[in-house]
Write a protein that binds this ligand. Structure first.
Ligand SMILES: NC(=O)c1ccc[n+]([C@@H]2O[C@H](COP(=O)([O-])OP(=O)(O)OC[C@H]3O[C@@H](n4cnc5c(N)ncnc54)[C@H](O)[C@@H]3O)[C@@H](O)[C@H]2O)c1
Ligand SMILES: [Zn+2]
Ligand SMILES: [Zn+2]
Length: 345
């Protein structure tokens, strides 16, 4: 089969032939139809410090995918051949305290598809049946491929009650844009999105943000001024990983405000703890998706809201056949894009 592989420790990837993977007794083999590019894949391709300290080549990369179930292990009863499916990229141990408590997203021994085990930039991927999210037969394959980041957006946006609240989202990457659409869907009052890219702020505006702000020119206080807000944001969703965005977010929260932190910083950085304490802020780290309540909620929200469905679809700005993966990576790196999807069909 075709597979996009990190062959050796160092920059680059190779599109090459690999043996088709076989499912174990509790696994499922999926014919990959679409796969989304994520920042993680860019880190792996360029072989930065994180990639060098985490990956053990050779490895097939990619973790955001949608496809068709073509084979199931002998013990699998929950999934059938022929079903369409997305995959949860975190494979959990099932035995640690959190797993046994039903908090699988907090597993202490999580393995990531396309990072710690072979991934989905290939004709076939094998995952545990418990990681399969069966999709409706008629779902748009591109939308199926973004359920992983849509799940990050959903998990983060639903972390705190948003109805009637003023919500600030820092970072208009694909996840920030989808978060804006979800916040609008749920019933926030103002949804404000910041970024340093006008292209990306355009996507956020189209997906339902009330106000988008390029923070190259203005601080977040400008958004409050334009909206006539006087007390600060009630809920913050940090989706940039940028320390300057975090500082400005903290400075613009109402007393008692709540912040969900999804964006991953490159390095440790200082924060104004005095402000967090005296403004009585709650800060919650968010990783992955709830397994599998987030998946349930994503599906339910999409099934009932054509507006949200259109907003999620609008995040996908570039599509490339798998053979043109280098162009796809270049597009993702350019920043002039939303989600970039590889077509493996
Ligand atoms: N915690 C998790 O489980 C998890 C999962 C997926 C992604 N992430 C992280 O979440 C973040 C969002 O993911 P994505 O795929 O949308 O990433 P992305 O890198 O495409 O988007 C980040 C955006 O932040 C913008 N930005 C940079 N500086 C900014 C600033 N000062 N103010 C506002 N915006 C600024 C960038 O221009 C970019 O558009 C990333 O940091 C990613 O690493 C975390
Ligand atoms: Zn991802
Ligand atoms: Zn576990």
């Amino acid at each position: 089969m075709r597979a996009l592989v990190k062959d050796t420790a160092g920059p680059g990837l190779t599109l090459t032939e690999r043996p088709e993977p076989r499912p174990g007794p509790s696994d499922v083999r999926i014919r990959v139809l679409r796969a989304g590019l994520c920042g993680t894949d860019l880190h792996i391709e360029s072989w930065d410090d994180w990639a060098a300290s985490t990956l053990k080549p050779p490895l097939i990369v990619g973790h955001e995918f949608f496809g068709e179930v073509v084979e199931v292990g002998e013990d699998v009863t929950s999934v059938k051949v022929g079903q369409r499916a997305s995959g949860e990229g975190h494979v959990v141990c099932g035995e640690c305290r959190n797993c046994r408590a039903g908090l699988r997203q907090m597993c202490i021994r999580t393995q990531s598809i396309g990072v710690n085990r072979d991934g989905a930039f290939a004709d076939y991927v094998v995952i545990p049946a418990s990681n399969v999210w069966v999709q409706p037969d008629d779902i748009d394959p591109d939308v199926g491929a973004v359920f992983d980041p849509f799940g990050n957006a959903t998990h983060t946006t639903l972390m705190f009650p948003l109805v009637g609240e003023d919500v600030l989202i820092t970072g208009a990457g694909p996840i920030g844009v989808m978060a804006a659409a979800i916040a609008r869907h749920i019933g926030a009052r103002y949804v404000v999105v910041t970024d340093v890219s006008d292209y990306r702020l355009g996507l956020a505006k189209a997906a339902g943000a009330d106000l988008v702000l390029n923070v190259t020119d203005h601080g977040i206080a400008e958004a409050q001024r334009r909206l006539g807000m006087r007390e600060g944001f009630d809920v913050g969703l940090e989706m940039s990983g940028n320390p300057a965005a975090v500082a400005d977010l903290i400075a613009n929260m109402n007393h008692g405000g709540r912040i969900a932190m999804l964006g991953l910083p490159k390095d440790p950085y200082p924060v104004d703890w005095g402000k967090i304490i005296t403004h009585m802020l709650t800060i919650k780290g968010v990783y992955g998706r709830e397994m599998y309540d987030t998946w349930y909620k994503m599906s339910a929200m999409l099934a009932t809201s054509p507006v949200l469905m259109d907003a999620v679809r609008s995040v996908i700005t570039h599509r490339f056949p798998a053979e043109r993966w280098q162009e796809a990576f270049a597009a993702a790196r350019s920043g002039e894009c939303g989600k970039v999807v590889l077509d493996w069909s």
